[in-house]
Write a protein that binds this ligand. Structure first.
Ligand SMILES: Nc1ncnc2c1ncn2[C@@H]1O[C@H](COP(=O)(O)OP(=O)(O)OP(=O)(O)O)[C@@H](O)[C@H]1O
Length: 597
């Protein structure tokens, strides 16, 4: 991989105007198979930005210069040959280490391998990563205790190297790890590079033991290049331009001091002294040290005149690649590791395993049961032959339509925004079809969604003395089930199209309230110009169906009224079930990848 004169600009929007901000200013360098390149620099110097540019993860229109992989520009097909480990580990907290790697192996490895061979690869990956002792432990997260930070990072690396990528990019893999664990991670990266891969990692503050393991180095400061070359030659380069440590120092610390413009314990070159003199003569405050700005300017200039021209010439020259390397970097056409159905089954199973703890939540069961009992007691054996009995019962039916239209919307809203980081990462590496994920994610919770309303209706139906016939009971359950699935659809669509929980819950509460008001109970005579809103309300259709199921016979026999079979309402609910889900799916398709990574 070579990168020449890379620039990256973003447009920042202020209160009144927008301005362009330059994040990278002409960065050049290279990393070849067998090499471990470290991107170093103080916080905010542009390391992560450069890494993302190199991984093809930013919009090409904001990037200037050229990044080439085996002399070719970035293309979508390259995705499968590049592994990207983000700074935050994006893993399912409730899956164990072995489960995480096995699912990845089964989804990512090619179809030509059998299930056993893929599982075997996951087991050997555990050995390679030295994770034998914690393979049965959950990954863990903010609310669950799990494996250690170093082990989690190794799992993230394992996921990326599973498919044997030619280029591995890592963002701060050692941040927040102790020095021994950090060393282990870097040793691992070194051995991956030695096996013929190209490895690029950003690193914040390496110890000297880590520093000596890097083959090449990019030192950045405020988006500009201060050094690119062999790590072992960095110190001699800086002393050749007059900057040497005045006492024994970790080379990484020395480089970071320079990149921060801090010249304490570092010799000041004569050119800088001249600049200082000029600055001191113009200012009233006399300083014995150069200001960071003149240090940056000096170092940028020195790099441009001393190395940049020679390095760029080298980069422009074609790279001789041996046959083995060429073979490794040819990009195979995208091919799924499993068929659609297998992906669906595996993703459903993984989803159920990940959510096994929430799946049968006693809190949810208690909430539904207690509401059912309270309703049952309030409407205890209601009698429709009593003057107010019928009105009371209709009120109960309306409440049921509202209750089962309310909760599913708010639980479904979380589905996609919560998994966006994972979805983005896995889709980026072509792990599965979006449709398989979507169907798996939206159907794996259905069994529970059916159990709860049945439980609810058993209690309410018989306590409140609703119409005693098996047919009416099952039709009521079916109606509530249709209502739940339609309401979930709305929640999924809102969540997927906004991908922001605050906005989504606000929109959902307004929508749900409107649907409830238009549900046919509070207001009967709605003006024509707004009457259409009723037909969009699942509460309205559910309520009408529940009323029909209870009183159809009475109304037809006693009043001679023709009230229809309910086909219209069922069709409206089915149309919502399909329509909202389609909207959610299309919103996910349109979603920009790595928006949250
Ligand atoms: N989309 C953006 N809009 C505005 N500024 C941005 C954007 N992306 C990055 N920056 C700015 O660019 C600079 C470089 O950011 P970057 O994340 O690459 O730094 P870094 O060297 O990786 O820092 P750290 O070590 O703290 O992660 C920072 O000042 C950051 O605020």
């Amino acid at each position: 991989m070579q990168f020449i004169d890379i620039t990256y600009k973003v447009t920042t929007k202020g209160m009144t105007s927008s301005s362009e901000k330059s994040i990278l200013n002409g960065i050049s360098g290279s990393a070849y198979p067998g090499e471990l390149l470290a991107l170093m620099g103080p916080s905010g110097s542009g390391k992560t930005t450069l890494l993302n540019v190199l991984g093809g993860r930013f919009d090409q229109q904001n990037i200037g210069g050229l990044v080439s992989y085996n002399d070719k520009p970035y293309s979508k097909h390259l995705k499968t040959r590049i592994g990207f480990v983000t700074q935050e580990d994006v893993l399912f907290p409730h899956l164990t280490v072995i489960e995480t790697l096995t699912y990845t192996a089964r989804l990512r490895l090619p179809k030509t391998l059998t299930k056993q061979e893929k599982e075997q690869r996951a087991v050997s990956m555990i050995q390679e990563l030295g994770l034998e002792r914690c393979q049965g432990t959950m990954i863990g997260g903010s609310f669950v205790r799990g494996v250690s930070g170093g082990e989690r990072k190794r799992v993230s690396i394992g996921i990326e190297i599973m498919t044997n990528p030619s280029l591995l990019l890592l963002d701060e893999p050692t941040s927040s790890l102790d020095s021994t664990t950090a060393l282990k991670i870097v040793q691992m990266l070194q051995s991956i590079a030695k096996a013929g891969k190209t490895v690029v990692t950003t690193i914040h503050q390496p110890s000297s033991r880590l520093f000596h393991r890097f083959d090449k180095l990019v030192v950045l400061s405020r988006g500009s290049l201060l050094y690119f070359g062999k790590a072992s030659e960095a110190m001699s380069y800086f002393s050749s331009i007059g900057c040497s440590p005045l006492l024994a120092m970790n080379p990484a610390e020395f480089l970071l001091d320079l990149a921060n413009g801090n010249m304490n314990d570092i010799s000041i070159p004569s050119a800088l002294k001249e600049k200082m003199k000029m600055e001191n003569s113009c200012s009233e405050i006399r300083s014995s040290k150069p200001t960071p700005t003149i240090v940056y300017e000096y170092l940028e200039e020195a790099y441009k005149t001393q190395i940049s021209v020679v390095e760029k010439k080298k980069l422009m020259a074609p790279v001789p690649l041996d046959e083995e390397v060429k073979l490794m970097i040819t990009c195979p056409k995208r091919e799924w590791g499993l068929s659609w159905w297998e992906q669906y089954c595996l993703l459903s199973l993984r989803g159920i395993k990940e959510r096994r703890h929430d799946y049968f939540s006693w809190l949810r069961v208690t909430q539904v049961l207690s509401t059912a009992i309270i309703l049952g007691l309030l409407w205890w054996q209601s009698d429709i032959h009593h003057p107010k009995g019928l009105q009371d019962q209709v009120g109960l039916l309306f409440f049921i339509a509202v209750f089962w239209g309310f909760f599913p919307v708010f639980t479904a809203i979380f589905t996609f925004p919560q998994e966006i980081a994972m979805l983005s990462k896995e889709r980026e590496s072509n792990m599965y079809r979006l449709s398989a994920y979507f169907v798996a994610r939206t159907t794996s919770d259905l069994p529970l969604d059916l159990i709860l309303p049945v439980l609810f209706l058993v209690v309410v139906y018989f306590m409140a003395g609703l119409r005693l016939s098996a047919e009416s009971f099952f039709l009521s359950v079916l109606t509530v089930f249709l209502c739940i699935v339609a309401a979930q659809g709305l929640g999924l669509a809102i969540g997927a199209s906004l991908m922001d929980l605050k906005k989504a819950t606000t929109l959902a509460s307004v929508t749900v309230m409107t649907f409830m008001l238009a549900g046919g109970y509070f207001v009967k005579k709605v003006p024509n110009f707004i009457a259409w809103i009723r037909f969009m309300s699942f509460n309205y259709h559910t309520y009408k169906l529940l009323v029909k199921v209870q009183y159809q016979e009475i109304m037809e026999n006693v009043n001679g009224e023709e009230i229809g079979s309910g086909i219209k309402e069922v069709s409206a609910l089915v149309a919502m079930i399909i329509g909202y889900r389609l909207l959610a799916y299309l919103s996910l398709r349109r979603m920009k990848l790595h928006s949250s990574t």
